[in-house]
Ligand binder design. Structure first.
Ligand code: HEC
Length: 313
């Protein structure tokens, strides 16, 4: 009887062991599955290029968002600050899509997205409900839209074209008869601040990674430029800057790559010193780089900046 019981438990354990085995296999398969899914999301280009060069060319630079260059046409501020029903109507639509979520459909500062904000969105109807920080005139609110209010929910809306911003603000002014109006002086000041009557030009902006993908900024060109820089520097045994440079590098290749990755050091010997002071060993420099005399520092900086500039890195 007790023997029987022992056998039963043994069987039970065997059974359990078997099912654990199966569970284990299932788990393992699942993990392998997850692993392959993950690997397939990796960017092979970045895995297989020579890390030094590519890091220098891409990841070490701050990536900026793509932005189409714009030319803001010159605008007549006097016209856009004088209330115009057509503009108010246009502004209503823009207000609803851009501002109402926080400032409320009726301008009472009670939009759903604004409920959790501290400070809360401004009340555009009851002008004395809160203290205004920049101002209630259209010319002042224009500044708010251009700059935003730092550290609050009020972001900059500088991407909305100036004319549309004036339309929105004309509409905001319909929320209360008590809004102060701008005088010619206010208008002249705003114009001087943002040169609105002249029109503003902004260049196209594109991230380095994308530029390389599109072959606008050619990886090979960059590589060639760097190769010529390396040749010039390693063959130069006369320029005091070149001689100094060789004394402070452990890996010239790496050092020149690091230098190419962020050219802020070309500005002054102070910025060069700053560049060297952050992680010099990993950048291919010796610790001696931190103990250079100010003269030597300037010599190296000026020499390298010259060579880099001549070779268009
Ligand atoms: C994500 C929420 C949010 C959106 C969207 C938003 N605002 Fe605001 N806004 C705020 C907050 C929060 C404040 C209060 C900031 C403070 O008190 O410093 C504010 C303040 C303001 C002020 C007052 C500035 C002053 O002088 O005190 C103006 C004017 C303004 N917003 C205009 C607009 C307009 C016009 C739009 C649409 C183009 C807009 N806001 C969209 C959150 C928002």
């Amino acid at each position: 009887m007790s023997n029987n019981k022992n056998q039963d438990t043994e069987k039970l354990f065997k059974g359990l062991e078997k099912s654990y085995g199966i569970l284990y296999m299932l788990l393992l398969t699942f993990l392998v599955f997850l692993g392959t899914r993950y690997v397939s999301t990796l960017d092979y280009n970045n895995l297989f290029y020579s890390p030094g060069m590519l890091a220098a060319a891409t990841t070490m630079r701050a990536e900026l968002p793509v932005k189409k260059g714009t030319t803001t046409p010159p605008i007549d501020i006097v016209k856009f600050t004088s209330i115009d029903p057509a503009l108010v109507e246009k502004g209503k639509g823009l207000y609803t899509s851009n501002c109402a979520s926080c400032h409320g459909e009726t301008g009472a500062g009670n939009g759903a997205a604004g409920a959790a904000l501290n400070p809360p969105p401004r009340n555009f109807v009851d002008l004395n409900a809160q203290q205004w920080k920049i101002g209630k005139k259209i010319t002042e609110m224009y500044v708010t839209l251009q700059e935003g209010i730092p550290n609050t929910g009020m972001a900059s809306f500088s991407t909305i074209p100036p004319e549309d911003r004036f339309a929105i603000l004309q509409y905001v002014h319909t929320f209360s008869p008590d809004y102060p109006r701008e005088n010619p002086d206010d208008i002249a000041k705003l114009d001087a601040k943002y040169s609105l009557s002249q029109g503003v030009k902004a260049a196209n902006q594109i991230p380095v990674n994308l530029a390389m993908e599109l072959e606008i900024l050619d990886y090979d060109t960059l590589k060639q430029d760097l190769t010529s820089v390396m040749n010039i520097v390693s063959n130069d045994n006369t320029d005091p800057g070149a001689i100094q440079f060789k004394k402070i590098v452990s890996d010239p290749n790496k050092a020149l790559n690091s230098l190419a990755s962020n050219m802020a050091w070309t500005e002054s010997s102070e910025s060069f010193q700053k560049f060297l002071s952050i992680d010099p060993i990993n950048k291919g420099f010796k610790a001696e780089a931190l103990r250079m005399s100010p003269e030597a520092l300037t010599q190296v900086q000026q020499y390298l900046a010259g060579v880099f500039a001549k070779n268009r890195v």
